[in-house]
Design a protein around this ligand. Structure first.
Ligand code: FEO
Length: 416
């Protein structure tokens, strides 16, 4: 099956996909690497009237992929009566001006908050606003029901449930990075693909949705309280869940819970070095953690991208951060990393810091200020700092501190 093929989810419900690759846009949201691409799923529900739910971006060649797949199923834009926008962000709405140009009779369906943005982004005012509990009868038994889920991923978001097919269309919620090729549904994934999409869903979660974990839990509770029979969860990015739709819901719950803990019994080490003196302690630290048989994820900044550091740090019970003093403050790439931890809510960690200084200290002071500024709720272990090159005593101290931290991690509450 080619990558861009229309798929029937249930009778008269279809998925169209546009994969966006790294060479198309370089960085998703202008910041996150997508070496394996990202998919934009768009869904078409055909009653007496047709509704296109969640669109695609406007990036080069993307809308035409959807138009071609509509043709495959013998539809055209003339069959679209409603464009349902669960979320207004341009990766799901960039297609809207072209769609409306081809069929000006289409009515946009979205929340009140989204309507304001549809007007300001696209100067479109043929809009029907909906709120939680509203429904839209498409005829032939197809009825769309709307539920607002604010801040998953922006304040105007909602989900749409089609009651005959029992499909929940969730847009950003339950999505992930990674293009979709021959395996489209959860039951088609081999073990390697399962791991790949799991990891990419966590990276997507922390990079894109991580700052909104409280709202994710609230949205899950809200939709669960409706007791909807759900056969399929159909996100706008990534795999579609039909074998066990609740699996992705539970997975997202677990991801959201990492913010307050419990987390995984592992440690993430992020280190940086100017002339190699902080680097001299890195292997000792790693050896200390491994002496207790605790897993350690290792990153160096600025060499490694925060997109990969964030999910590892977010799911870990403890962090070890290595940085020298630089001009009386922290080594700047590490200051950026702490800033990202704050923005993406890498909270409630046990943290050990180590690093060298020369002419003056200062890194520790700025480090403590940043932790306070971002209200990271970290519990600090005594830092390991030294002037110049580390001595044998410094190595012994670092090994013991890392091993002690690993022992603590082993004692922490297990993740569910
Ligand atoms: Fe996939 Fe928040 O956009």
């Amino acid at each position: 099956m080619s990558q861009h093929t229309a798929v029937t989810l249930k009778q008269d419900v279809y998925r169209f996909v546009a994969n966006v690759e790294e060479e198309d846009i370089d960085l998703f949201e202008g910041i996150w690497p997508i070496p394996h691409g990202i998919s934009m799923n768009s869904y078409f529900v055909q009653g007496e009237k047709g509704a296109l739910i969640d669109l695609v971006c406007a990036w080069e060649g993307t809308p035409v992929k959807v138009l071609d797949q509509m043709k495959e199923k013998s539809f055209s834009v003339k069959d679209v009566h409603y464009a349902v926008l669960n979320h207004m962000e341009p990766d799901h709405t960039g297609f809207l001006p072209l769609l409306m140009e081809k069929n000006p009779e289409i009515t946009v369906v979205c929340t009140e908050k989204a309507a304001k943005l549809v007007k300001s982004f696209y100067n479109i005012d043929r809009i029907m606003t909906v709120k939680s509990g509203d429904s839209l009868d498409l005829g032939d038994g197809k009825v769309l029901h709307f539920q607002e889920i604010p801040n998953v991923h922006w304040p105007e978001t909602m989900v749409t449930y089609e009651s005959q097919s029992r499909i929940l269309f969730t847009c950003d919620a339950f999505g992930g990075f990674g293009s979709i090729e021959d395996a489209i549904f959860d039951d088609q994934l081999n073990e390697g693909q399962k791991k790949f999409y799991y990891d990419e869903s966590l990276r997507y979660y922390v990079d894109i949705v991580g700052a909104f974990s409280t709202f994710v839990l609230r949205a899950i509770d809200k939709v669960a309280s409706l007791n909807l029979p759900i056969d399929i969860i159909a996100p706008a990015h990534g795999i579609i869940y039909r074998k066990n739709p609740m699996e992705i819901v539970e997975r997202y719950k677990k991801f959201a819970t990492y913010m307050e803990g419990p987390c995984e019994k592992e440690i993430t080490l992020v280190w940086s070095s100017m002339y190699g003196n902080t680097e001299k302690l890195v292997q000792t630290i790693i050896d200390g953690v491994r002496s207790e048989n605790v897993d350690i994820n290792i990153f160096r900044v600025p060499q490694d991208h925060s997109s990969y550091i964030l999910p590892a740090a977010y799911r870990s019970s403890a962090l070890i951060l290595g940085m020298p003093t630089y001009e009386y403050k922290m080594f700047p790439p590490m200051a950026y990393t702490i800033d990202m931890f704050g923005r993406k809510h890498v909270y409630n960690k046990k943290v050990l810091r180590f690093g060298s200084y020369g002419w003056s200290g200062g890194a520790q002071k700025e480090f403590e200020e940043l932790v306070e500024k971002w209200k990271l709720k970290w519990t600090m272990v005594d830092p390991i700092e030294w002037e110049g090159s580390p001595t044998e005593a410094t190595h012994r101290k670092a090994f013991e501190a890392a091993a002690a931290l690993a022992r603590e991690v082993k004692q922490m509450a297990a993740v569910h």
